[in-house]
Design a protein around this ligand. Structure first.
Ligand SMILES: O=C(O)CCC(=O)C(=O)O
Length: 316
């Protein structure tokens, strides 16, 4: 199975907009992942984040920890650093050798926390572009699904950028090179998982390793293709469509030709519906229990941090 490359310049012309929307929906029904070319996000915005990320992640952990991501037990998602081992996306026993920095524009580090200052301006700029592209993709999905209201999904994402209303965030991931003896045997880069929300826009920097699960439960490589972004959908859109569109599992492994001696970086924009959105199947033939976007997203955050003892206590 190949992950298709779709030319998004067709979205800009009224005569071709519906055909690109239908192609996107068809691909999300089967593969769940697609590459977009001519997506409109300026390449230099991605380069600036990547360059800043190199500088940021080279700092000592104690410096990066000056501005930590909020504690997912008690607070909503927000901006900040997550150290190696903090999150486990696929079960509780495998350490994920990755660190990350998340950013939501309404929640920026205080001035005295200088460690992240190099990252913030390029992240804010790229966040804005990702919001624009998300709105266009959300428009396409509604068009391709033939919803009565072609702005249906756009209306449920008005709060992007405001942490009090919406959890959509831009995350820079850094998978370091490391010594074989450093973390024990049970390690990977990113455990297999589905994303939580609506749509994810992924920029893979230069080292590959991402793998996507097909409908036959086989993982295939999603290689780096210059000048494209990868798009996939999350659990809530799958539920909204009564399972018609697929939230596809994906992972980044150490095997598969990419060894732990190569640093990998990626940038992911996770677009999630506004907290007060109630997601229920748009297909009357496929009833699913309605769920509040906020409840689902917070639950997934707690589950992926469950191995931390204090969270286990909270959930028990
Ligand atoms: O690093 C990558 O390419 C994948 C990132 C990702 O899928 C995620 O964080 O959910």
């Amino acid at each position: 199975m190949d992950i298709p490359v779709i030319d998004f310049s067709r979205y800009n012309e009224s005569e071709t907009r519906l055909s690109v929307a239908e192609e996107i929906v068809r691909t999300l029904e089967t593969v769940g992942f697609l590459y977009l070319k001519n997506h409109g996000i300026p390449a230099d915005q991605v380069t600036k984040v990547n360059d800043a990320a190199k500088v940021y992640f080279e700092q000592d952990v104690s410096i990066k920890k000056q501005f930590l991501r909020p504690n997912v037990q008690f607070e909503s998602p927000g901006s900040g650093y997550s150290e190696i081992g903090l999150e486990r996306l696929d079960g509780l026993n495998v350490t994920e050798v990755k660190e990350s920095f998340d950013m939501i524009p309404s929640h920026l580090p205080p001035d005295e926390s200088a460690s992240a200052s190099v990252l913030i301006p390029p992240l804010v700029e790229l966040y804005r572009s990702c919001v624009n592209l998300t709105n266009q993709i959300n428009h396409c999905i509604a068009l391709g699904l033939k919803l009565e209201d072609e702005n249906f999904f756009i209306k449920n994402h008005k709060g992007m950028g405001n942490r009090d209303a919406n959890s959509s965030l831009l995350r820079v991931l850094h998978y370091p090179a490391f010594d074989e003896t450093q973390y024990g045997d049970a390690i990977t880069r990113l455990g297999a998982h589905t994303d939580y929300g609506m749509v994810t826009i992924l920029f893979q920097c230069d080292v590959g390793g991402l793998e996507v699960e097909t409908l036959d439960n086989v993982y295939v490589a999603a290689p780096v293709i210059p000048d494209t972004v990868l798009i996939n959908i999350g659990d809530l859109l799958q539920d909204w469509t009564g399972g018609r569109l697929k939230a596809t599992r994906h992972r980044v492994q150490l095997q598969g030709g990419v060894s732990h001696t190569q640093v990998r970086r990626s940038i992911a924009f996770f677009a999630e519906p506004d907290y007060n959105t109630v997601v229920e199947s748009l297909d009357p033939a496929k009833y699913l229990k309605p769920k509040a976007a906020k409840d689902h997203i917070f639950k997934r955050y707690r589950e992926t941090h469950l191995f931390q003892q204090n969270i286990q206590i909270l959930l028990s």
